[in-house]
Design a protein around this ligand. Structure first.
Ligand SMILES: [Zn+2]
Length: 313
């Protein structure tokens, strides 16, 4: 089953839109290959409100968000995860409103990488939109099942690592809604950037969504998903199909990600091959974890050689 992606979605950056009785959304002017039309910041409730993912540090966006919040008290700032298009604007919003920030934790590599220069030009390095926010530290740590409330609304954290190890989704039971962050998006598959993205976790946390009764997903990027279980089942199918294709390429004699991408993504614009390479890497790392594939020595990365286990080579 093909994933029913919906890319027919237009937004007016900076305009606050009431998308349901309890939810308003304002989209930041950071469109891109990984952010689609930009980061959707959600405001939940009226009078006393929560803000989910204040977004990137772009003055126009922060100002528009503050204008939208005029006359209301922000009681909670919730962060789905610490990528640069989600959490940085939490700092100015917190400074101006006094609201505490809530999230699973700082970026998993914050301590190690804060002192290192970035690697912007390196092949396979994450694009700007998926770079990390190494500065965010939540005032309040939220783990799976933690709940915050306001007048007429409840937000419950679901711990959903995969895209990144500190990812949370937030359920709004009053509307049977799930804010899915980057875990499930209506317009595209989720990238699983190495080394912290993890396909095994991602798949487990997709399967977990199948046991829930959410009726609508509101992702950070793109349109809402109104038939979520079918959509999630298609995402799982898509990844499992890709895994089978990669195993077939290894059986056919391919040893490198470059060789695999050249075949599996032959029809895809070469500009997207670095992103495809990272996706194939995520699958291979998962296959190493499950014991189906092994790699030559060294950290699992784009330049390794891979082979099927138990194939007698
Ligand atoms: Zn992200």
């Amino acid at each position: 089953m093909a994933v029913p992606f919906d890319t027919d979605f237009s937004v007016e950056h900076g305009r606050v839109e009431q998308v349901s009785p309890l939810i308003r959304r304002i989209v930041a002017p950071n469109p891109g290959r990984f952010t689609f039309t930009g980061t959707g910041t959600y405001i939940v409730g009226r009078g006393e409100v929560a803000v989910i993912d204040p977004g990137p540090l772009i003055d126009d966006h922060v100002n528009a968000l503050e204008a939208a919040l005029e006359g209301e008290r922000v009681t909670h700032i919730l962060i789905t995860h610490t990528h640069g298009d989600h959490s940085p604007a939490a700092a100015p919003l917190r400074a101006r409103t006094g609201a505490p920030t809530h999230g699973f934790g700082p970026h998993p590599e914050a301590d190690r990488r804060r002192d290192e220069p970035g690697e912007p030009g390196e092949e396979g390095a994450p694009p700007q939109e998926e770079r990390s926010d190494l500065d965010f530290v939540p005032d309040v740590v939220m783990v799976d099942g933690d709940v915050v409330t306001g007048p007429g609304w409840t937000l419950e954290a679901l711990y959903t690592p995969g895209h990144i190890s500190n990812h949370l989704c937030f359920a709004l039971p009053e509307e049977k809604v799930l804010f899915t962050g980057d875990h499930v998006m209506g317009w595209s598959t989720t990238v699983l950037p190495s080394p912290d993205g993890n396909l095994g976790d991602y798949l487990a946390n997709l399967r977990r969504l199948l046991d829930r009764d959410d009726e609508i997903y509101w992702p950070t990027h793109g349109p809402p998903i109104r038939d979520p279980k079918r959509f999630v089942a298609a995402l799982i199918d898509h990844r499992e199909g890709r895994t089978r294709q990669i195993l077939e390429r290894l059986d056919a004699g391919d040893e490198t990600i470059e060789e695999i991408v050249a075949v599996l993504y032959a029809e895809v614009d070469e500009k997207l091959h670095p992103a495809a390479s990272r996706s194939v890497l995520a699958h291979l790392v998962h296959l190493v974890e499950t014991g189906e594939v092994s790699a030559d020595d060294g950290p699992l990365g784009l330049d390794r050689r891979w082979r099927r286990e138990g194939q007698g080579r």
